[in-house]
Design a protein around this ligand. Structure first.
Ligand code: PTJ
Length: 249
């Protein structure tokens, strides 16, 4: 696999590259045991979607950026898979938006938190990004959630009004919504509970999504809110594309 991933002419180069990133992250202790299963589910949906950013994803990205830019206290919440697949891009996005990043993982252990913090701090320093990275000192809990996944920081996720949280789990997504937050998720499965319950759902691969968000911000594209934006219709358009095949979008 390493040979294929190193060869950009391979037809599934980017997918293989993502796998290679996860293999590295696994070795460094950043990932949950079920991380590769979750990724495999995502890959299956991405394959059905033709591994590209569709117009329904672009529209949701514009809406998400508009909402993030207008927020009082925006935050990017990351888990193991997100750091592994797009650690640098997440920090670049946070730098563009001048907001913090908080590590908030489902399967929380001190070892994983330490591995993820080390990775992000290293990228932050190497690329001179100066992003505030939270998560090490949780002093608040998300109401309605049990166990360590409820832990968060009072100056971060707890007080944020808009939260960008790729690969979110359904329960936490609903709990954050109940706190009155605008929740933006990235999920290749338009039928997942997070996709359904989020305020804005970007049905697209995580790394492609964040690259696209940075591109829009760097090219100064118009990021005003789309007046006719409908969460329901974004999910519907994604489902139609999956049913009909990617060429129809
Ligand atoms: O790091 P932790 O402890 O927070 O755990 C992270 C995982 C991902 C293991 C955990 O959140 C989990 O089990 O996730 P689920 O419930 O399997 O959900 C993952 C969702 O993300 C599924 O709906 C997948 O289709 C989707 N998904 C997986 N990989 C990608 C993705 N969506 C976008 N881009 C991806 N690369």
């Amino acid at each position: 696999m390493t040979d294929h991933a190193a060869d950009p002419s391979h037809p599934r180069y980017s997918s293989l590259l993502q796998r290679q990133k996860l293999e590295r992250a696994k070795k460094l202790g950043m990932l949950a045991d079920s991380a590769l299963i979750a990724h495999g589910r995502g890959e299956a949906f991405d394959y059905l979607l033709g591994e590209k950013t569709h117009s329904f994803a672009h529209d949701a990205i514009i809406q998400a950026l508009a909402v993030l830019k207008q927020a009082q206290h925006p935050i990017l919440s990351v888990n193991g898979n997100t750091v592994a697949l797009a650690g640098l891009e997440i920090l670049q996005l946070a730098s563009h938006l001048s907001c913090p990043v908080e590590i908030n993982i489902f399967y929380r252990t001190p070892e994983r938190m330490n591995a993820l913090l080390t990775e992000l701090e290293h990228i932050n320093k190497e690329h001179d990004l100066h992003v505030n990275i939270l998560g090490a000192n949780p002093d608040a809990t998300i109401p309605g959630l049990k166990g360590p996944r409820a832990k968060c920081e009072s100056t971060g996720i707890f007080s944020a009004d808009v939260i960008f949280v790729p690969l979110e789990d359904g329960d936490r997504c609903q709990a954050l919504k109940k706190m009155g937050k605008t929740v933006i998720v990235v999920d290749l499965n338009p039928m997942s509970r997070s996709a359904i319950h989020a305020s804005i759902t970007i049905v697209n691969e995580l790394h492609r999504t964040i690259e696209h968000m940075i591109e829009v911000l760097e090219q100064n594209h118009d990021v005003s809110k789309i007046e006719s934006f409908s969460h329901h219709s974004i999910l519907e358009r994604a489902l139609i594309t999956i049913r009909q095949g990617e060429k129809k979008d």
